[in-house]
Design a protein around this ligand. Structure first.
Ligand code: SF4
Ligand code: SF4
Length: 164
């Protein structure tokens, strides 16, 4: 995994133009069973990929925190939401709450999430490859292929399964 993670930004960059073209065609005419196929590709990939050997998302990019996330996590940590915000979060250019520090403060040395049961919705859903109406988030996916080995593999499989 370590070797793959090192190569991933370059691999994703090499495929960027091809993937952009592919997604543009996909968006124009998304297949009717796209949600179903994405779920299958996602499940197959995560049977092979163990996030505990990776954690690249937690190490290199943080989630955004919704108000519901902040309230749930603050309650779990037994602090007031404002205290949680002051200690861990900042506002980004899109006006969203994001982590002050990357790698994420809640990632331990063994790649476990210390707040796993109450983690932000964005963490639970990452890399969003089984999202309904997947064709609406292709720009985000393109970015994620450089961060997430699973997202990279899923897009490669997707092109084989749904050629354009
Ligand atoms: S979701 Fe992707 S980047 Fe995050 S730990 Fe799993 S494989 Fe790695
Ligand atoms: S909250 Fe947990 S899952 Fe989310 S980025 Fe931090 S360590 Fe990773």
């Amino acid at each position: 995994m370590e070797q793959f993670l090192k190569q991933l930004p370059q691999l994703a960059n090499d495929k960027k133009a091809e993937n952009k073209k592919y997604f543009a065609k996909l968006k124009k005419k998304p297949p009717k069973n796209l949600d179903y196929i994405m779920q299958e590709l996602h499940d197959d990939e995560f049977e092979k990929t163990d996030c505990l050997t990776c954690a690249n998302c937690c190490k290199t990019t943080g989630p955004l925190f919704t108000n519901a996330d902040i309230e749930r996590i603050a309650k779990h940590l037994k602090v007031k939401p404002q205290q949680f915000i002051d200690q861990y979060l900042q506002i980004d250019e899109e006006n969203d709450y994001v982590l002050k520090e990357i790698p994420c403060t809640f990632l331990d040395a063994d790649n476990y999430c210390l707040i796993y049961d109450v983690r932000p919705k964005a963490c639970r859903e990452y890399p969003h490859t089984n999202r309904k109406k997947f064709h609406q988030i292709t720009n985000l996916t393109l970015k994620n292929t450089a961060i997430c080995p699973a997202a990279y593999n899923i897009v490669e499989e997707m092109k084989k399964r749904l050629p354009k």
